[in-house]
Design a protein around this ligand. Structure first.
Ligand SMILES: Cc1cc2nc3c(=O)[nH]c(=O)nc-3n(C[C@H](O)[C@H](O)[C@H](O)COP(=O)(O)OP(=O)(O)OC[C@H]3O[C@@H](n4cnc5c(N)ncnc54)[C@H](O)[C@@H]3O)c2cc1C
Length: 316
């Protein structure tokens, strides 16, 4: 069976790997220039900084097993435990995605703009690709846009996917002249100036020689500043200085995520369109008994594997 996976984030990569291992012909289509999605790392001069997921926690046995393999491959290490272990990418979170994509067929820089029941998937370049099943992993608002601009027959239940609202996130990346101590482990996430969610020192995650701070802003703050990117960066710097005082800044830049995190989760690990072999998965799709109830790296991992197992089962 030929399967197209739209999106090369954690969920798409895990779905693709699982289906490929089960003997299916899988192609991943990613609009970005690299795999990873919200597992995102940026090189800044001699250093690097994560600007998507900061770290991940591990609750399920399946994920625990996988993370052991990543640890053995030198991809991740335990950053600190409080009380649960928090893992970070040794060389940035994006390297995990690169590792997962290593033996997959991934088409980069290709945006899917519509799906049709007759012709399969249409890319922006108007190339048409045909698949027996499609897995859509884009954050739900983007997935809903894509479905609504397609020639599929959507039911009322399918259209309700649009109701899952995501909040945006601004992340300021601040390169420093000298290393500084940020909290006990390189993370501050309490008693911060209003609007600041977390301040992370990437040097303390072991992924950067030079000190680069990733300053994560709250959803509300990011929403309020969303259309004022330049001023937002200056304000992030001002708030960071208010907290840490006397920063000697070498460079600063901003990452703006339109869709960072879902406000309401979906209480099933995937969703299938009622009239078409199109399946949705991603971090928003949680097992009904998910112990955290939050979208995260682990929920994307579980959702990707669950949808793939279900598709494999439905074929046999
Ligand atoms: C700022 C920030 C901080 C975070 N911090 C943490 C944290 O500390 N711990 C944690 O566990 N999680 C964290 N997360 C969440 C975590 O990153 C996500 O839960 C997880 O990476 C989502 O994976 P995914 O596969 O569901 O989606 P994504 O990673 O979003 O992957 C979807 C992919 O689909 C692609 N795509 C979308 N539309 C199309 C299209 N039309 N055609 C082709 N490709 C398309 C996108 O480019 C993207 O690569 C954070 C996220 C953000 C943004």
């Amino acid at each position: 069976m030929k399967i197209g996976v739209i999106g090369a984030g954690m969920s798409g990569l895990m779905a693709a790997r699982t289906l490929q291992a089960a003997g299916h012909d899988v192609e991943v289509i990613e609009k970005g220039k690299s795999v990873g999605g919200r597992l995102a790392t940026r090189r800044i001069n001699d250093g690097q900084a994560d600007h998507g997921a900061v770290y991940f926690t591990v609750r399920s046995d399946h994920f625990k097993h996988e993370v052991k393999e990543w640890e053995s491959a030198g991809l991740v290490n335990e950053w600190f435990a409080d009380p649960y272990p928090r893992y970070a990418g040794t060389n940035g979170m994006n390297k995990i995605a690169k590792y997962l994509a290593r033996d997959l067929n991934v088409r980069l820089n290709e945006k899917v703009v519509s799906l049709s029941p007759e012709d399969g998937v249409t890319l922006s370049a108007s190339d048409q690709l045909n698949y027996d099943a499609v897995i859509l992993t884009a954050p739900l608002p983007q997935a809903a846009d894509l479905l609504e601009s397609s020639t599929l027959s959507l039911t009322a239940a399918d259209k309700k996917l649009r109701e899952h609202i995501f909040e945006p996130a601004f992340v300021g990346l601040i390169e420093l002249e000298k290393n500084i101590q940020v909290g006990e482990y390189g993370l501050l996430d309490e008693e911060l100036p209003e609007g600041v969610l977390k301040i992370v020192n990437n040097a303390d995650k072991g992924m950067s020689e030079s000190s680069i701070l990733s300053v994560y802003m709250t959803g509300d703050w990011s929403e309020a500043w969303f259309d004022r990117e330049e001023e937002a960066l200056s304000e992030i710097l001002r708030l960071t200085n208010q907290q840490l005082e006397g920063l000697e800044v070498t460079s600063k830049q901003l990452k703006r995520w339109r869709y960072a995190q879902a406000k309401q989760v979906f209480n099933a690990p995937f969703y299938k369109l009622e009239n078409h072999p199109v399946w949705l998965c991603g971090d928003t799709f949680l097992e009904p008994d998910d112990p955290s109830g939050r979208t995260r790296v682990e929920s994307a991992y579980i959702s990707g594997i669950s949808v793939a197992n279900q598709i494999a089962k439905s074929i046999n």
